[in-house]
Design a protein around this ligand. Sequence first.
Ligand code: COA
Ligand code: AMP
Length: 632
Amino acid sequence: MAGVFDMVYQQSLVDPECFWRDAAAAIDWSKSWDSILDSSNSPFNKWFSGAECNTCHNAVDRHVEAGRGDQTAIIYDSPITGKKRKISYTELQDKVARCAGALRQLGVEKGDRVIIYMPMVPQTAVAMLACARLGAIHSVVFGGFAPNELATRVTDAKPKAIVAASCGIEPGRIIDYMPIVDEALSLSPHHVPNVIVLQREESLAELKSGRDHDWKAVMEAAEGVDCVPVKATDPLYILYTSGTTGEPKGVVRDNGGHMVALKWSMKNIYNTEPGEVYWAASDVGWVVGHSYIVYAPLLHGCTTVLFEGKPVGTPDAGVFWRVISEHNVSTLFTAPTAFRAIKREDPNGALLNDYDIGSLRTLFLAGERLDPDTLNWAEEHLKVPVIDHWWQTESGWPIAANCPGIEALPIKPGSPTRAVPGYNVQVLDPSGKEVERGEMGAICIQLPMPPSCLPTLWNADERFVESYMSDYPGYYESGDAGYMDEDGYIFVMARTDDIINVAGHRLSTGAMEEVLADHPDVAECAVIGVEDTLKGQLPLGFLVLNAGVSKGGDTISSEVVKMVRERIGPVAAFKSAVVVDRLPKTRSGKILRGTMASIADSKEYKQPATIDDPAILPEIEAVLKTIGYAGK
Ligand code: COA
Ligand code: AMP
């Protein structure tokens, strides 16, 4: 007999318009839609076409009007600075309305872009919601990126203003943001006339007269403004994510579909009620932060925790338990790497004895493959269900998950369970046919995708089609490979492109290769992802040097490490590159990166039939052994 989950899932696929119309009733619309799903120009599908709404109204004002004004909307807990603060929905409404007023004073209106380059402080959420209030499109840039990456985003998004902080704080060091902003603006041909700067007392920035405006001063001077109705299909934000080249992809998120899917997910996937405390321990610079630190918990009337710290070292591996017990967290969401870090420091979970984490109902993990060891450790020590779920920047919410709000299904380690209602996930062979259950293939989603999934890439409709829709017509290609078992459980095993996943962060090895290739002494290069017990994967570079180079290999290796840090940023975690005589290739000249990665990880591999010179593989293995990889 079909269970409740099966019934809900079937309804979502048989009649998606009916399914999402029901879900849309949980959102306030200022004008109703003409059509729920307009697929007349597929793959550019539009949800709730013709409708008008405002995301900030639904996330903030609506709750104040409904009597939730005194409830805490945001808990800021910053072990790195020792600060804590609670902001009620009423206070949040006031701050957001005034921030929107300040942006408007600087000429920002509906449809304009605003780049937000800020750390994990409540003002970041205020700035995002202020843009939403005006109908302006925000693009948040993660603090661990270098000026060059910020410049690329400025050039593509062409913002009218930037909202930045004077600094971010990492354990043991302060990162001054304004020199990064200055350099990015000097690198970009796009002129940004106004920058609002939040001065943090840990390091004050020198403001540039005529361009920079002090956050506190503009907030005090500004008048609050009301929510501006936007089309459901208008962009709410652009979030850049790694593509296969150095050019990041600007994933666009709409207003209406995004709200409907996120609000629906809070009860049905996360099983969370309005008024509860929800904590996504991620960073607002990533999609998890957009969706589950800011928008979804607020749309649902929850209290969200904004945590400025690390799972270990701020001050110790008990900080997650301290935050859960102190703030009564009922749902925690983070990446497996955070739990691997905690487990490494406190293998027996001794620090859990210092806190009462009885409020915690469920732990959700995503961002990378959840290894069975981490799953078992978390289940054993937290004594709550641990749910692996799979999604991407492109979807904005889970594609596969156990949905305890509908019906908790049995957990199979290694699988994020089944496709979430709304997603028709299929595993395809290269000809586009569904493979047998248990067989590996490309994980794809049949069109139309549910609300919130990217309608396109910013200024790049062609790239959108070419990147996701061209290899498997009628489907969205996720870029992940894996299989589905007899029960419909999905197993996500690897990327099909050159994306690697470092500490839950998505990075392009292609972008790193572009940097390495720029070194004057490097003739050829390759970057692969090697397995790492803490971060899941780490990038490793291979360099073939030009003939007659006088510098030592070690010197060149450290120079390219420095170049990647300067051009992409510390978040790339690119710490090693080795010099080799030659790279293994196919006869047509394609570098065998996958084979090199298998050798590095001591995995069995088949020598490709098309290999040009098999003698190179033992050479690579020998070099890898000298740095502690291969042959384990
Ligand atoms: N601003 C500036 N620099 C940053 C940064 C930021 N916002 N975030 C990270 N960095 C820097 C780090 O300081 C580090 O620099 P270093 O090379 O000088 O040490 C580098 O970027 C790599 O950072 P990270 O990969 O985070 O490694 P880490 O060693 O600092 O921490 C973990 C390891 C596992 C504790 C950390 O990655 C973590 O908490 N992960 C949680 C997962 C997560 O939030 N994923 C997001 C998707 S859900
Ligand atoms: P991002 O767009 O940064 O969220 O990264 C998305 C990618 O992270 C996916 O395409 C997967 O490769 C990987 N990923 C995310 N969640 C999971 C998961 N639960 N299991 C395996 N891989 C995951």
